[in-house]
Design a protein around this ligand. Structure first.
Ligand code: NDP
Length: 278
């Protein structure tokens, strides 16, 4: 099997990130080593985990077993809400690195802003120190709205490299992505397939494009993301679908197809609200 040619995007700090990776939210900790091993064998080099997923050890074991040189991998993990704050953020990155068996992560994110506890700016300043220490190559945020992004930009000397947000054709958060684009923040889509919670993959516009290109509906949705410059890391427990989700670099949607899929926006959030998740 040839390794799929996943493009690299350049972050605002000069580091690069593979535009497509593998997400491990809701991957059972007992199954994580095997499933991430499948993903690495199938050509994925970018893995997105989080302390709260409780599967960093499994990701770490798969990495160690793979024998893939560290510099060829891009590993993201995230600071959980209860660990926000200066001392606790420093302790949390050390715990994550220990579980992952790594000296550094490529990207460390604040998982949710949790405005009610009002610690995300303090946490961001801690992430700046973590980056300076070399424990994270790049730093970013997740589930931040425009106000939260503006506050960290104004209150620190680092613009987040990415903002990882819920994003799929039914829920596109254009205000947040436009702000990111204007400020050099790349957008990462979580739930790129809508988490399978509504029948996105049965939308006629998507199934028609799939038939036309001889691809699956999931592959069409992933192309829609990629052609807009968004970073994706679909999750699957199935080796077959893991292979399918990276096999998206041999076709291109037309502008009309991209526009028709974009017109599926309907405010269809499937995950938590950034102002409410604690
Ligand atoms: P996804 O949109 O990736 O959807 C995953 C679901 O789609 C699973 O039920 C999976 O089922 C199914 N699926 C995967 N591939 C296919 C396919 N080719 N055809 C049909 N069904 C498919 O949702 P996620 O929530 O997992 O999002 C991706 C990643 O984003 C996460 O794993 C995590 O890393 C990150 N994330 C971040 C959040 C944050 O707050 N920052 C929140 C949520 C996710 P099956 O496993 O059976 O194949």
């Amino acid at each position: 099997m040839t390794t799929p040619q996943v493009p690299n995007l350049t972050l605002n700090d000069g580091h690069t990130i593979p535009q497509l990776g593998f997400g491990v939210f809701l991957v059972d900790p007992q199954e994580t080593e095997r499933i991430v091993t499948d993903a690495l064998e199938l050509g994925y080099r970018h893995i997105d985990t989080a302390a709260i997923y409780r599967n960093e050890e499994g990701v770490g074991r798969a990495i160690a077993k793979s024998g893939i040189p560290r510099e060829e991998l891009f590993i993201t993990t995230k600071l959980w809400n209860g660990d926000q704050g200066t001392e606790s953020a420093h302790a949390a990155i050390d715990t994550s690195l220990e579980k992952l068996g790594l000296d550094y992560v490529d990207l460390y994110l604040i998982h949710w802003p949790v405005p009610a506890q009002d610690k995300y700016l303090e946490s961001w300043l801690a992430l700046e120190q973590i980056k300076a220490s070399g424990k994270a190559r790049s730093i970013g945020v997740s589930n931040f709205l425009v106000d939260h992004l503006q506050r960290v930009i104004d209150g620190s000397s680092t613009v987040p490299a990415v903002n990882q947000i819920e994003l799929h054709p039914a829920y596109q958060q254009r205000e947040v992505t436009d702000f990111g684009q204007a400020n050099g923040i790349l957008t990462e889509a979580w739930g790129p397939l809508g988490q399978g919670k509504y029948p996105l993959l049965e939308e006629p516009i998507i199934t028609a494009a799939a038939s036309k290109h001889g691809k699956s509906a999931a592959q069409v949705v992933l192309r829609w993301h990629l052609q807009q410059g968004t970073i994706v890391f679909p999750k699957s427990n199935s080796r077959e679908r893991i292979a399918e989700n990276i096999d998206v670099f041999d076709f291109e949607l037309s502008d009309a197809e991209v526009q028709a899929i974009t017109a599926l926006e309907r405010g269809g959030r499937v995950g938590g609200h950034p102002l409410e998740v604690k």
